[in-house]
Design a protein around this ligand. Structure first.
Ligand SMILES: [Zn+2]
Ligand SMILES: [Zn+2]
Length: 269
């Protein structure tokens, strides 16, 4: 396995560590590369996204770390870019495209805030139908096809609270067909999909995103996978990476990708 993580949050958004602390921990673990992916500026959400001013500081602090770790570990500047983010990504080495909101009736409804919030959204905007809510999420996720990004983040984030709450049935045919229809569109441009262990690290789920039926389909469609920890806490930088690799293997993959100085490189799993 090439030790690396491209989905890393810091105090610039909703993480608990500074970029320097994250880099020090990654170096200690023997990482070949580390990429930062702060939540890109999104006009209606300044709770967990970076402000424009903070993004500038974030980019310059990462540039300093690149120099500091030169020859030891590659550091990359990235952003986790929501469908509704607004920021020029030309200074980034890579971009993760993610859906965190569903736009409905002029409102941006959060998909991953809490089970209680999701339940309220389902009742208020979807007539109490959890499946209609999930289908609306996947309609947004399909649009990642046309977002200028390298990696598709946590494709089925909408299922975050489903192990704890009966918001909708992720085993139902309706759910699976909404997810697969969106995946077929999002995969058209052969973007890299993320196997993301972040919700496991934070105790919301026992399995990574996306669900295994989606991973199998990603493989069938000929797209590549990158394993990430969606890290918000340096102690969890490689959380469940061996389990993630084993799951990939069980779903048909024999390799995953990591970003190095040579670009996206394959390694066997
Ligand atoms: Zn995210
Ligand atoms: Zn994230």
């Amino acid at each position: 396995m090439i030790l690396s993580n491209l989905h890393t949050h810091t105090v610039y958004c909703d993480g608990i560590n500074t970029p320097a602390e994250m880099a020090a921990e990654a170096a200690k673990l023997g990482f070949k590369s580390l990429g930062f992916s702060g939540h890109a500026y999104t006009p209606f959400d300044n709770g967990f996204c970076m402000s424009i001013e903070n993004t500038e500081k974030y980019i310059s602090e990462i540039s300093e770390l690149k120099k500091e770790y030169e020859g030891q570990m590659s550091i990359f500047t990235g952003l986790e870019y929501d469908l509704y983010s607004e920021y020029d990504t030309s200074l980034c080495d890579y971009v993760i495209g993610s859906v965190h909101y569903i736009k409905k009736d002029g409102a941006y409804l959060p998909a991953d805030e809490s089970a209680q919030k999701t339940e309220a959204v389902i009742n208020e905007y979807f007539g109490g139908s959890g499946i209609a809510y999930a289908a609306a999420y996947f309609k947004e996720a399909a649009r990642l096809r046309d977002l200028d990004c390298d990696i598709v983040g946590h494709f089925d984030l909408v299922s975050k609270f489903c192990e704890q709450s009966s918001l909708f049935d992720t085993e139902s045919e309706k759910y699976k067909s909404a997810a697969l229809d969106a995946l077929h569109i999002a995969a058209e441009k052969k973007k890299i999909f993320e196997l993301n262990t972040g919700a496991m690290a934070r105790g919301f789920r026992r399995a990574p995103y996306p669900a295994d039926f989606l991973i199998k389909e990603i493989h069938e469609l000929g797209c590549e996978i990158i394993i990430t920890s969606d890290c918000h806490d340096s102690r969890k930088l490689t959380y469940a990476f061996p389990e993630a690799a084993a799951l990939l293997k069980a779903c048909g993959f024999d390799h995953a990708l990591a970003l190095t100085e040579k670009g996206f490189e394959e390694y066997g799993i």
